[in-house]
Design a protein around this ligand. Structure first.
Ligand SMILES: C[S@@+](CC[C@H](N)C(=O)[O-])C[C@H]1O[C@@H](n2cnc3c(N)ncnc32)[C@H](O)[C@@H]1O
Length: 252
């Protein structure tokens, strides 16, 4: 998109881009900021008030301000999106090809665990897990099941941090090598364990927990301490505690 385009042309180009299969919506400033920081190919940025978005960038993320200023175009968000983000900006970026991601997940020695979500249902939970994985420097997040981990609501909940880690969906037989630590309230207390860097840390679905086939594949069943009569923690919260126990870059 060029700086001299009128709003009609910007809208037309946005719609053409949005129709592509390899493009994801970055809804709001924080998703755009992280995508730019972690090397996403951003194709289009639109805002009701480009000047306000440039000011936001200058105040909150001066490192990406020049890129935001170069890319942002004026267009009415309500014409392009079902719901405009409170920060008044949206962008489209290329979804990375699977080959590089799969190679990163398979690389050995693995410097940090992979988080495996077994048939998750809640898009917000999956986004929160991507954000945790990015923050702790996990190798990636792999999901099993129908949910697309690159769904726009997952990317929104992940604040664009899909670009800071690897995110993919896999079948059981495709999982990368490594010991599987399945998190389950019936398991061995995590406080007695050291989680290795090459672990696959597996978490069950919000409704049904760890599936029988993943339980059969697990090398260890691990529990998080919990008072009697409390049934379980939230999925993303469980991932947070487990990654914290593993260590992450801050502990190195
Ligand atoms: C909301 S819980 C699933 C609850 C489900 N009704 C069940 O029967 O397990 C989602 C996932 O978080 C993890 N989790 C939650 N609480 C846990 C705990 N105390 N210890 C270990 N993992 C836990 C497990 O991986 C679990 O499958």
């Amino acid at each position: 998109m060029s700086e001299r385009q009128g709003s009609g042309e910007v809208q037309r180009e946005w719609r053409e881009c949005a129709d592509r299969d390899d493009v994801v919506l970055l809804d709001g400033f924080h998703a755009l900021k992280h995508a730019l920081r972690f090397g996403a190919e951003v194709l289009a940025v639109v805002a009701d008030e480009p000047g306000a978005v440039r000011e936001l960038a200058a105040g909150l993320a001066p490192d990406v301000e020049p890129e935001v200023a170069r890319l942002v175009r004026r267009a009415p968000l309500k014409e392009l999106l079902p719901r405009a983000h409170p920060t008044g900006v949206a962008a489209l970026a290329v979804r990375p090809g699977r080959e590089a991601g799969r190679a990163a997940l398979a690389r050995t020695p693995r410097p940090a665990p992979i988080v495996l979500l077994d048939h998750p249902r809640n898009l917000g939970n999956v986004g929160a897990v991507v954000r945790l994985a990015a923050g702790f420097g996990a190798t990636g997040v792999v999901t099993r099941g129908d949910l697309d981990p690159w769904h726009p609501n997952v990317v929104r909940a992940g604040a664009g941090l899909h670009y800071a880690t690897t995110v993919d969906r896999m079948e059981l037989e495709e999982l990368p090598a490594g010991p599987v630590y399945a998190l389950d309230p019936e398991g061995e207390d995590i406080r007695a364990l050291t989680l290795p860097d090459d672990a696959l840390l597996a978490f069950g679905s919000e409704r049904h927990g760890i599936s029988p086939e993943l339980r059969a594949r697990a090398d260890h069943l691990v529990s998080l301490p919990m008072r009697p009569q409390v049934s379980s923690y939230n999925l993303a919260t469980s991932v947070a505690m487990t990654l914290f126990h593993w260590g992450g870059p801050a502990a190195r």
